[in-house]
Design a protein. Structure first.
Length: 109
């Protein structure tokens, strides 16, 4: 198993756990994908691991809330799609900005 895959799985689990903290839920699900997507895109990271992390985070929110509260399945399914879409759009924007400038941020010239 690759290191990137392990990081994506652990990151997704952390996202799912952090979602239980109500004060940070909205910033986590709206700003988190945008910031992480842009950073990963600018640094030349792979989209699939970013998308996997946010998918795991969303699915873990869905499953844990379903088990604990027996509710919100459709909401968490929808928010998972939104988080992956936001992360993907931000990743694309970061990659475009990097391509326009001609190099990946954080890599030696």
């Amino acid at each position: 198993m690759s290191r990137k895959l392990v990081y994506a799985i652990l990151g997704g689990a952390a996202i799912g756990a952090l979602a239980w903290l109500d004060p940070i839920f909205i910033p986590l699900v709206l700003l988190g994908p945008l910031v992480s997507g842009f950073v990963v895109g600018r640094r030349g990271g792979e989209w699939r691991y970013l998308a996997l992390a946010w998918t795991i985070g969303g699915v873990s929110m869905l499953v844990s809330d379903w088990i604990a509260n027996h509710e919100d399945r459709a909401f968490h399914a929808a928010i998972t799609v939104v988080m992956v879409a936001l992360a993907s759009a931000a990743w694309w924007g970061g990659r475009r900005l990097t391509a326009r400038r001609g190099r990946i941020v954080g890599q030696a010239a």
